[in-house]
Design a protein around this ligand. Structure first.
Ligand SMILES: [Zn+2]
Length: 119
């Protein structure tokens, strides 16, 4: 767990990050599972959320000067320091978890149907 000053020095001001609206699921990507790591804590993660680093915290068309790829393991850094980003990441994460659960449920149902139909 970094203090805000340490986080800012290593990655940039937490307020200067925006969600790019992009999430990588390492189970679906070409890369093998587990070979994606959170840029902040370096844990192996399944869902990778792409953040855009901007020059300023001004949300009016800020130029991108870098990016950060994090897992939900590090959303907590933005809970206080960038509340809007934290909310967006939380919603995006919940969407991914719901999608994954729906796929798992449908595969299970399809599997029963496929066995009954001898496919
Ligand atoms: Zn992390």
């Amino acid at each position: 767990m970094f203090l805000k000053r340490t986080f800012s020095r290593k990655f940039g001001d937490p307020a200067s990050f925006l969600f790019k609206g992009q999430v990588w699921d390492s189970h679906l990507a070409d890369s093998s599972p587990g070979d994606r790591n959170c840029d902040v804590c370096h844990r192996h993660i399944r869902f990778l959320f792409i953040l855009k680093k901007t020059q300023t915290a001004d949300p009016a068309l800020p130029p991108e000067i870098g990016k950060l790829e994090i897992g939900r393991c590090c959303f907590h850094y933005f809970r206080k320091w960038n509340v809007d980003l934290f909310k967006e990441l939380s919603v995006a994460c919940q969407y991914e978890l719901n999608r994954e659960a729906a796929i798992r449920r449908d595969k299970k149902a399809f599997g029963k149907w496929a066995r009954a139909a001898r496919i």
